[in-house]
Design a protein around this ligand. Sequence first.
Ligand code: NAD
Length: 483
Amino acid sequence: MVKICCIGAGYVGGPTMAMIALKCPDIEVAVVDISVPRIAAWNSEVLPIFEPGLDEVVKACRSRNLFFSTDVEKHVSEAGIVFVSVNTPTKTRGLGAGKAADLTYWESAARMIADVSKSDKIVVEKSTVPVKTAEAIEKILSHNNKGVSFQILSNPEFLAEGTAMEDLKSPDRVLIGGRETPAGRKAVQALKAVYAHWVPEDRILTTNLWSAELSKLAANAFLAQRISSINAMSALCESTGADVAEVAYAIGKDSRIGSRFLNASVGFGGSCFQKDILNLVYICECNGLIDIANYWKQVVQINDYQKSRFVQRVVSSMFNTVSGKKIAVLGFAFKKDTGDTRETPAIDVCNGLLGDKALLSIYDPQVTEQQIRRDLSMNKFDWDHPQHLQPLNLSDSVNLVQVSKDAYEATKNAHGLCILTEWDEFRKLDYQKIYQQMQKPAFVFDGRNVANVVELRKIGFIVYSIGKPLDPWMRDLPAASSF
Ligand SMILES: NC(=O)c1ccc[n+]([C@@H]2O[C@H](COP(=O)([O-])OP(=O)(O)OC[C@H]3O[C@@H](n4cnc5c(N)ncnc54)[C@H](O)[C@@H]3O)[C@@H](O)[C@H]2O)c1
C-alpha cells in the first residue's frame, strides 16, 4: 500500500489529506504535527478547525486509512510521499523583516526528513513558499542523506477556507511542478496518479518547479488585487454618490473582467493574501525589480487604508469620539463559514476603536473568547507560528473587550454596531429589536454590505455601508486618513 505522510495538521494539511484519504482508499495517509493538542483534537469529536463538510469526511476515513499522530519521525520514515504543510510566516526580524517568508519550520521539517529517511522519497511542498525554495530544500536533503534519493515537487494548495472541502473535491486545477529530469518527471507522474483518483486529467497541470512556486504567489496577488481595486472604488463611490454594488455588477458583466471577487468590504484578511504579497514584494526587491515591488505593495496599502478609513467613519460619525461608548462588533472571523481569525480585518478595526477607548462587545458564531483576546493582544505576524510558540501577554486594552453569546446581547445599550464578517445570520437579525435596545442615535457601520440599508434607515438607524451613497448624517464629515 502506498503511504503518504503530511507534516503539518493545519487548515491545509488536515482537509487536503482527509480528501486524499476519502478518494484513495488504497492509500494510507498519516497527518503529523508537533502540536500535541492539535493532534488530540483531530482524533476527537471536535476537530481543531471548522470547515463545512470536513467532519463527515474525517469521520468516514479516520482509523481506516487516515491517521493523525505526533509520531512525526515514524510516519515520515515509512512514507513514500511526504507533503510538507507547515507554517511559513512573515519574518519579524533580520534580513527581509516584515516581508520575507520565514522558512524556519520548513527547514526543520526538511532536516528531520533527511535524518529519518531510510528509503527514497518524494517531498512535496504544500506550504506556500518563495520561488526557489525547492532548491534550498534540495540542498538540505542532499547534503544530509545517507544514500537515499529525494525528489522535490511543488504542489501549492489553492483551497479557500470556508469552501475548502468543495474546492478539494472539484478543484479548478491541481498544479504540480517538478524537475525536468527523468527522475523528476517520474515523481510528477506518481503524485499525478494520486490526484487522478478523482480529479479529471485535464485539470492536473504540470510545470517546472519555479513556475509552480511562483503561480501560487501570483494567484493570491491577483485575487487580493481585485479586492483592493473594488475597495479603492468604494471610497470614490462614497465621495461621488455612486453605489459600489452597482458599479461591481456593471463591470462584472464584462466577460473579460468577470463577476467574482468584486465585493467591496472593510478589507481582505486570512493567513495568505498579505503574507504572500509581501513575500512577492520581497522577491521582486531581491531581483532588483523595485517598480514591480512597489506596484504590488500598493495592494496591501489599499487594504490597510480601507480598514483605517472604516475606523475613521465610525469615530467621526459618533461626534468624533467613541471613548467610553459601547460598540457592538458582529463577526470576527476573516470571512463567513470559518473560525479562522488570522489577519482578519476585525483585529485592526477593533484595535483602532480600542485606541479611542471604545468599549467593545464582540460576537462571532465560530470564534472563541480566548481566540479573540489572544488576537487583540498579539503583535503583527506573531499569529503565524505554531500555537505553543506564540507569545501571550494580554494587553491592557483587552479589558475594554467583552465577548457576547449572540448579536442581541452584544448590541444591548450599544451606541453603534459594526458588521465585520458576512455571516448569513447577520442578514436575518431582528434589527427592529436591536434598534429598540440601543442608545440613540443608533448607528450601523456595515463593513460587509450585508444589511438592507433602506430597511435599517426606515427603522431609524444612521447607516454607513461601504461604498454606498452616504447617509446625510455623514456627508460632510471627514472620510479618510492616509496611510
Ligand atoms: N490556510 C489557507 O487557506 C492556505 C491555503 C493555501 C496555502 N496555505 C499555505 O499552507 C501552509 C500551511 O498553512 P495552514 O493554514 O495549514 O497553517 P497552520 O498554522 O494551520 O498549520 C501549520 C501546522 O504545522 C505545524 N508545524 C510547524 N512546524 C512543524 C514541524 N517542524 N513538524 C511538524 N509540524 C509542524 C504547526 O504546529 C501547525 O499545526 C502555509 O504556508 C500557508 O501559506 C494556506
